[in-house]
Design a protein around this ligand. Structure first.
Ligand code: PLP
Length: 305
């Protein structure tokens, strides 16, 4: 059984900027629940089920919770998701579609998370949205597919929330013999917990999240993600919310796929050929996806920002 699919790798004529440059899109937006999270969370859930977990528990009203609910349904394991009161009606509907039991609790992620961990029984497995080596091992499969397709990137552009995607992509680069391929790690202003940690020289905690890219809204990145910022060639880039939203809308026209601003942050860098990407010939862009933003919402944000 696979709980994720092999996604297309598409060369983007719209993004290839400099002459002789190729920009490759790894289309994680096409995963069953619309984001790369199906890989790592699917992998972790399968492993926890194999080890005897009788129920999965998560605290996420976003793509992580939806991916966990999908994995649970496919594996026939009950799923409990605790989400904060700020969770959108759309996200609740997507969770219920995957047959998850949903508890709405608390003003923010912190309270929902505390509630979820207090409900954890002995035979439950807690599914973390980004900080779990099993997740990273699952995410790494996207780089295996790129290698099998015969494309060797000389840079990878990806978004960073808590850094699970970053850890997974670096694991994938290492296990395919590409340990020195640089990663361009993109965040939005107000959700830039990695950039601020790098600047401070220690893993900081953001006082609050002030970005519409809610899927990047981890107040603190995983320890392993912070460690990679010195162990692996990594460039940290921060973009404005408005640039992320504009890139989502442009991407819809160019590639006919809807993604969240969390993904738009990466697309904004990929579209701006003059900046971080200019010196690379084969750029791999992780189109991480996201299902919590609708076209109407993207338009609204574009008008406002
Ligand atoms: C989870 C998520 C991210 C951030 O991933 P991390 O592993 O937390 O860094 C980015 N984009 C989308 C669409 C996501 O669902």
């Amino acid at each position: 059984m696979t709980l994720y699919i092999e996604t297309p790798l598409i060369e983007s004529a719209a993004m290839s900027g400099a002459p002789g440059q190729s920009v490759w899109l790894k289309m994680e937006a096409l995963q069953p629940t619309g984001s790369f999270k199906n890989r790592g969370i699917g992998f972790a859930c399968e492993e926890y089920a194999r080890r005897g977990a009788r129920r999965f528990v998560a605290a996420s009203g976003g793509n992580a919770g939806i991916a966990a609910a999908y994995a649970a349904r496919r594996l026939g394991v009950p799923m409990l998701v605790v989400v904060p009161e700020t969770t959108s009606a759309r996200a609740l509907e997507l969770l219920r579609r995957e047959r998850a039991e949903v508890i709405v609790h608390g003003a923010s992620f912190q309270e929902a998370h505390a509630m979820a961990t207090s409900l954890l029984g002995e035979t439950d497995a807690f599914i973390h949205p980004f900080d779990d080596p099993l997740l990273w091992e699952g995410h790494a499969s996207m780089i295996d597919e790129v290698a099998r397709a015969g494309v060797k990137p000389d840079a990878v552009v990806l978004s960073v929330g808590g850094g699970g995607l970053l850890c997974g992509v670096v694991a994938g680069l290492r296990r395919n013999g590409w340990p020195r391929v640089p990663v361009i790690a993109v965040e939005t202003e107000g959700a830039d917990s990695l950039a601020q940690s790098i600047a401070a020289g220690e893993r900081i905690v953001l006082p609050r999240i002030a970005s519409i890219a809610t899927s990047l809204g981890a107040r603190q990145v995983a320890q392993q993600a912070f460690a990679l910022s010195s162990e692996h060639p990594l460039r940290s880039v921060v973009v404005a919310d408005s640039a992320a939203v504009d890139a989502c809308i442009r991407f819809m026209d160019d590639h006919r796929v809807v993604v969240e601003p969390a993904c738009g942050a990466t697309l904004a860098v990929a579209y701006d050929a003059s900046t971080a990407m200019k010196e690379f010939r084969n750029v791999l862009v992780i189109v991480c996806g996201g299902v919590t933003a609708t076209v109407a919402q993207l338009r609204q944000w574009a008008d406002r920002t």
